[in-house]
Design a protein around this ligand. Structure first.
Ligand code: BMA
Length: 369
């Protein structure tokens, strides 16, 4: 039976599992009411269930683009995802790197917020030293830090980011956003990756960014998500960790150990470490990106993804899992009507453990605990 948000459940649950509920601390002590509520609700739900997310869900799917109300997820299982991922690469241009119109993105974020959904933003920032894209891994972190040759260019980009975030408002309420910059940095494919900057530089970049957004620009609707790629152990994960005062969510992306049943031992092992590290800090964890390109295994959703997440009791306590975009035939991570994995996705959706948009309580209202 699906776990229900009845007052008695909340009371009992919080008493046993969440004694310090009222004391969650965000990077931004001035975070808006709705942002604090979202963080608290996610933390709380993480102990019990996992929210499902999908990148660019409302923007396009396989065989369609920009069609109001559409979503491959909804068309397969009858509900929207609980979490929507968006990408800001090329901010300042009319469209992002994946041809999503920024004006439409703003509307989709508002629309999903009004339905009770949650939005997260990633940023494949161009290499500002060379003018290349984020995969141009010419070292440049030092150059965009204060005193560096491309620092002003970075400030200009951050100002575009600030303008974008300021437009995310509904009835005067600023929409809370889970912001996940400089991700997968244990890998080497982006210019902010492990081989292209020192831990000190990465940390300085992160801290500078938080201070610029929060303190200089007074954005108070951001929840900061630190997301590595795969990692060997806790020490490796924390090598570039910017500090408890600069991170709200401990996340990681994993496309490596999700390709077969065998790999899920590694997935479970990492999720366990992640949840432990988050708990020790009074924060929560997330599997910020994953997926099997073209979902070539028919029962992948239940037998690999869900089973992998649930394999370890501790590891299962992540707040959400998000799969990547349905870009084009050959590059998609979610089902669409008629795909061979669709029936299994419906089973995944029906699991009492997975939460989709209409399963959510009011995430923007502080739970009474
Ligand atoms: C990658 C791929 C690219 C895309 C990029 C940024 O993983 O999906 O096609 O441009 O993410 O969204």
């Amino acid at each position: 039976m699906k776990w229900k948000f009845q007052p008695i459940n909340i009371l009992l649950f919080s008493f046993f599992c969440f004694p310090s509920m009222g004391q969650l601390k965000l990077v931004d002590t001035k975070a808006t009411k709705q942002t604090k509520a979202l963080y608290t609700n996610l933390h709380y739900l993480s102990k019990k269930a996992v929210l499902f997310g999908h990148q660019d869900d409302l923007a396009y799917g396989i065989g369609w683009k920009n069609e109001p109300g559409r979503s491959d997820i909804k068309e397969v299982c009858g509900d929207y995802p609980a979490v929507y991922g968006w990408e800001l690469s090329k901010i300042g241009a009319p469209m992002n790197i994946d041809s999503v119109d920024f004006k439409n993105m703003i509307e989709w974020i508002k629309e999903s917020y009004q339905r009770g959904g949650i939005n997260t933003i990633s940023w494949h920032l161009d290499n500002l030293k060379t003018g290349g894209n984020s995969w141009d891994n010419t070292p440049s972190v030092k150059e965009i830090l204060p005193g560096g040759s491309a620092h002003q260019l970075y400030l200009d980009k951050l100002d575009l980011f600030v303008d974008f975030i300021k437009k995310l408002k509904v009835r005067g309420q600023k929409i809370p956003i889970l912001f996940r910059p400089f991700h997968e940095h244990t890998g080497n494919w982006f210019w902010w990756g492990a081989k292209h900057c020192s831990p000190e530089e990465y940390i300085a970049l992160w801290q500078f960014t938080v201070k610029y957004l929060r303190d200089e620009n007074k954005l108070h609707n951001l929840i900061y998500v630190y997301a590595t790629d795969v990692f060997k152990n806790k020490e490796h994960y924390l090598e570039r960790y910017p500090g408890d005062d600069f991170v709200d969510v401990l996340a990681y992306d994993d496309y490596h150990h999700i390709k077969s049943k065998k790999g899920t031992d590694k997935l479970a092992e990492r999720l366990t470490m992640l949840v432990e590290m988050a708990e020790e800090r009074g924060k929560f964890a997330a599997l910020s990106e994953t997926g099997l390109e073209t979902v070539s295994i028919e029962n992948w959703w239940t037998d690999i993804l869900l089973d992998g997440i649930q394999k370890s009791e501790t590891g299962s306590q992540i707040a959400y899992v998000m799969v990547w975009r349905n870009g084009y035939p050959g590059h998609y991570y979610a089902p669409y009507p008629g795909h061979k994995c669709a029936p299994d996705f419906v089973k995944f959706k029906q699991s009492p453990f997975t939460l989709f948009e209409s399963d959510l309580p009011n995430m923007y209202k502080m739970p009474k605990l």
